[in-house]
Write a protein of this length. Structure first.
Length: 257
């Protein structure tokens, strides 16, 4: 794992120490960033953040999530570039490069292995250690994050969404199987007029998630129009569960028999 000095593309946030890095899994290059405080606490919780198809490891709201989780709670935030994004860009990058990559058999397995390699390397750092782990990722962050959360027992809580049981023929059964293997607490965000994924497919993915502790937040609007309020709620959700202080899930109202 090789760390690099931040460059002009690295978001600047008060109180955050950004650590850009490169590592290799065999011949496969993995590029990412670790955000931490100036005085990190080994063993503190860490949140992995997956970005969307049009962005990179720096895509909003990831820097915002990092700023609050690091500054308010002295946590760590880890983000890596997608398979054809950021410092791994292929061709024009973004959605134009992602669509053919999504068609490739094995793309999700490669990204799961990339995430696990990055998490292993970061947790091996003495200043980070092996604290509890959460995951945040919408849209492409769920395309790859769903299989990751299903496969990785270190993930104790996840924020997913802006995605359905959809995609190439080889992928649809894999995301459905991944959802059926997810048992950690989940917050699922859904845009009700999403132009990329149908209502039926998004609800089907939420229904398939096996966790008994799951909830869906639905908002009107197109795919990218997630309200800022939901990002705050996502941060709070991750923090509560990673600190072991979730709110009660008991019914607020009980009907007398």
């Amino acid at each position: 794992m090789e760390f690099h000095a931040p460059d002009a593309s690295t978001p600047k946030r008060p109180g955050l120490v950004p650590r850009e890095f490169t590592l290799y899994r065999g011949e496969r290059k993995i590029t990412g960033i670790l955000w931490q405080s100036e005085k990190p606490q080994a063993g503190a919780p860490l949140v992995m953040c997956g970005h969307g198809a049009s962005g990179s490891r720096h895509q909003p709201p990831i820097p915002n999530i990092a700023q609050h989780l690091v500054n308010d709670h002295n946590m760590f935030v880890l983000a890596i570039d997608g398979p054809v994004h950021g410092r791994r860009q292929v061709g024009p990058g973004g959605r134009e490069a992602f669509w053919p990559e999504w068609q490739r058999e094995g793309t999700e397995a490669d990204m799961v292995a990339d995430w696990q390699a990055a998490l292993n390397a970061v947790q091996a750092l003495p200043e980070v250690g092996t604290g509890p782990v959460g995951y945040y990722g919408l849209s492409m962050g769920t395309i790859y994050g769903g299989p990751l959360v299903a496969a990785e027992p270190r993930v104790k809580v996840a924020v997913l969404g802006l995605m359905g049981i959809s995609g190439p023929d080889h992928y649809r059964p894999k995301i459905e199987a991944a959802a059926k293997a997810i048992t950690c607490p989940v917050l699922f965000l859904w845009q009700m007029e999403d132009e990329l994924f149908s209502r039926e497919d998004c609800i089907a993915l939420f229904d398939a998630i096996a966790s008994e502790d799951k909830r869906m937040h639905a908002n009107p609007g197109l795919h990218p129009a997630v309200p800022i309020e939901e990002i705050r709620l996502a941060r709070e959700f991750l923090h509560r569960y990673l600190m072991g202080t979730p709110e009660s899930r008991d019914p607020a109202l009980r009907v007398s028999e």
